[in-house]
Design a protein around this ligand. Sequence first.
Ligand code: PXP
Length: 237
Amino acid sequence: MTRLSVNINKVALIRNSRGQNLPDLRKVASDCESFGAQGITVHPRPDERHIRYADLPILKEVVTTEFNIEGYPSEKFIQTVCQVKPHQVTLVPDPPGVLTSNEGWDTIGQQKMLIPVIQKFKDQGIRVSLFLNAEESLVEAAKDTGTDRIEFYTGKYAQEFPEDPKKAIQKHVNAAKLAAKLGLGINAGHDLNLENLKYYAQNIPNLDEVSIGHAIVCDALYYGLKSTILMYRSLLK
Ligand code: PXP
């Protein structure tokens, strides 16, 4: 069964907008878990506009399911993640000013840089996942970096899904088949929502985990956080 990791970046954005501690991320993370989240994901960015580096050790203390930290492997990021020791780190090739992650690693061109970085995390017992566009050549090269998993970037899938779901998912199906053959775990994320999640999970063999943030927070405005998480969980069964 595919696990649901809830990304709470957008909740941190609301907290930061008033300069106090409301909502309290510790409570939100624990509540998400009690409502059915099987993991909590955060993505500190260089400007700390939502999750702050200071949040990481605090969240590590309260998360009882699986803690996943995403981000670009700057020196500061590597050092902090190795100290906090989440269950998983997801490496993302974000340039500093980007609004949101909108493409995966070039695992062919950046393989040399990625290999020692991935090894550092693995030496600390942290599972590593690489954010990747759904291309077979990139999956093949990802295998040689030593990563445990890959996370498919699903933004393009989400964009194309309403028009032609079968066409939208085809590259993901092919890339996922290859990943499974190579022994790589498969995660997915970005712009997954109540409309496109079920089709994605049904068509991707061995989908280990999805991490979803933006749509869950938007849906929670209408349905409440508990019902929203339960709705997403039911799509993954
Ligand atoms: N995966 C990665 C690597 C991301 O950067 C993000 C956004 O922070 C997500 C998943 C979640 O995307 P969304 O907020 O669109 O659900």
